[in-house]
Every structure is written in structure tokens, then in C-alpha cells.
Design a protein around this ligand. Structure first.
Ligand code: NAD
Length: 253
């Protein structure tokens, strides 16, 4: 994609399952996509620019700004899907890991917002943070990640208010269990009984109302909804939980 009349979106975590599915969907719909991840994606053709870097570093966002300026200076969408998860009891979570989780998942939106605000305002952009159901309900051995996602939800509301006058909408999508490297690694934090990846995945699936885990494309379509002004123009500061109904059941059921 290189038509400068098409909207420009920046996606973090663009080599991952949800970020990658979002990049594919948006490229198909005619968006120009700038991707950022610590690793390269398997589908470089979908990107106008694919950057390799750490979302928590301000210098990386300066490089993103320079690419946005090369592409005309107006940014119409920002999707923050990069995240780092540590599954450990709090007392075994090192300070380095605590900081890495908070800096990657939450601090990065501070860096992106601080450095890209002018471009987002010029594009009257839509910002979509990929949060997590861990902002609403959580489990043992995942406190740093849960705290980062709770913070992200609060930050979405704060920025929606702060940036409304600039024409920028800010929303969040909160996925439940969606097939990805992160989900499969997180299975081993000891909250499910049994061993073997498939058995653990089956248990997760059985906890949803529709008895399966989600696919990354099922989150990408929700992100696209929030990005598209024609579909979600009145939505700001809100969250869409997409978890197959995993968090709706009463504890008594
Ligand atoms: N998969 C799930 O079940 C699930 C559930 C709830 C929320 N989420 C959220 O969805 C988002 C996408 O995760 P996913 O499921 O696609 O997992 P994933 O592991 O496939 O993707 C995460 C991506 O983030 C990148 N990343 C990690 N640290 C980075 C850094 N410092 N700088 C740049 N990139 C970095 C990784 O390289 C990876 O490509 C995350 O925010 C995650 O917290 C996922």
C-alpha cells in the first residue's frame, strides 16, 4: 500500500497474533500500515514501513514520528497491541520483570501519546488499546500483567477526555483467551489443573460460553470497528470485552 490518500495507522505488536491479524485486515481495507515490534512479521508486504524496536523506548517513538512525517504527517489510527506477560507469584517477580511489564504494556502508550499527539490530532485519529479481561477479573501469579492492563483501561478513559477537543477518540478492546504465543505460554502459570498444552487449551475453551478459544481475526474486526469513524464515531473512552462470554457467568452457576 502506498497511496497517500489512504488512511495511515500505526500498530504495535505487529508481528504478533492480534497485531498481525489487524495489520492484515487493515491493509486489505486500504490502510497504510506502519508496524512496530521487537521482531519482524511473516508478512512484510502488508506494511508501508515495518520497524523493529522496543515500544517502551522514547527513541523508538521518535523514529516512528519521523516515518509518520515521511508519510504526510497525519496519523489516522494507533493500535497498541504489543505486550509482555510475566506469570509468577508477586514475591518471585523481579524488579526488572515488573518494570518491563509495566513499561511495555502501559508506559509505551505514554511514550506514543506524548510523541505522536500532534500527528494524531492532525489526523483526527482513533486510538485503540488492546487491553485484557485481566483488567476486570484475574487470577494468581499474574499481578504485574493485570496491573498493566488495569492501568491501560484507566488511561484510555483519561485520554478520551483529554484529547476529545483534538478530535481524537480513544477506546479499548479487551480480549479473553485468543490463540497466540502469549496465550500458550501463559497456560503454564498453574491456574489450570492438568498438563499438556491441548488439555489446558480445552479447559480454557470449556470456560467460555461458546466453548472455544478465540482467533486473532475475531479481535482484529473489533479493532477495525473502533478505527473506522463511519462505524464508531460516537464511541470514545469505552471498552469492548470479546471473550466468548468467559467473564459473564455468576460464581453461583
Ligand atoms: N492472546 C490472548 O489470549 C490475549 C488475551 C487478552 C489480551 N491479549 C492482548 O493482546 C495483545 C496482543 O497479544 P497476542 O495475543 O497477539 O500475543 P503475541 O505474543 O502473539 O503478540 C505480542 C507481540 O508483542 C510484541 N512485543 C512484546 N514486547 C514488545 C516490545 N517491548 N516492543 C515491541 N513489541 C513487543 C511481541 O514480539 C509479539 O509479537 C497484547 O496486548 C495482549 O496482552 C491477548
Amino acid at each position: 500500500m502506498s497511496n497517500s490518500d489512504s488512511p495511515l495507522v500505526m500498530i504495535t505488536g505487529s508481528a504478533g497474533a492480534i497485531g498481525g491479524a489487524t495489520a492484515s485486515l487493515l491493509a486489505r481495507k486500504g490502510w497504510r500500515v506502519i508496524g512496530l515490534d521487537v521482531r519482524r512479521s511473516e508478512r512484510p508486504d502488508e506494511f508501508l514501513v515495518e520497524l523493529v524496536g522496543d515500544v517502551s523506548q522514547a527513541l523508538v517513538w521518535d523514529a516512528v514520528l519521523s516515518r509518520v512525517n515521511d508519510a504526510g504527517g497525519e496519523l489516522h489510527g494507533l493500535v497498541h497491541a504489543a505486550a509482555y506477560q510475566v506469570c509468577a507469584p508477586l514475591v518471585e517477580t523481579t524488579e526488572a520483570d515488573w518494570r518491563k511489564v509495566l513499561d511495555t504494556n502501559l508506559g509505551s502508550l505514554y511514550q506514543a501519546g506524548r510523541i505522536l499527539h500532534g500527528s494524531l490530532a492532525k489526523g483526527r485519529a482513533s486510538v485503540v488499546a488492546v487491553g485484557s479481561v485481566h483488567a476486570r477479573a484475574t487470577s494468581a501469579n499474574i499481578a504485574a500483567y493485570a496491573a498493566s492492563k488495569g492501568g491501560l483501561s484507566a488511561m484510555v478513559r483519561a485520554l478520551a477526555i483529554e484529547w476529545a477537543g483534538d478530535g481524537i477518540r480513544v477506546n479499548a478492546v479487551l480480549p479473553g483467551a485468543v490463540d497466540s504465543a502469549m496465550l500458550r505460554e501463559g497456560l503454564r502459570r498453574g491456574h489450570l489443573a492438568g498438563t499438556g498444552e491441548q488439555a489446558l487449551l480445552d479447559q480454557l475453551a470449556n470456560r467460555t460460553v461458546n466453548r472455544r478459544i478465540g482467533q486473532p481475526g475475531e479481535i482484529a474486526t473489533a479493532i477495525e470497528f473502533f478505527l473506522d469513524e463511519r462505524k464508531s464515531s460516537f464511541a470514545t473512552g469505552t471498552e469492548l470485552v470479546i471473550d466468548g462470554g468467559a467473564t459473564i457467568r455468576l460464581s453461583t452457576e
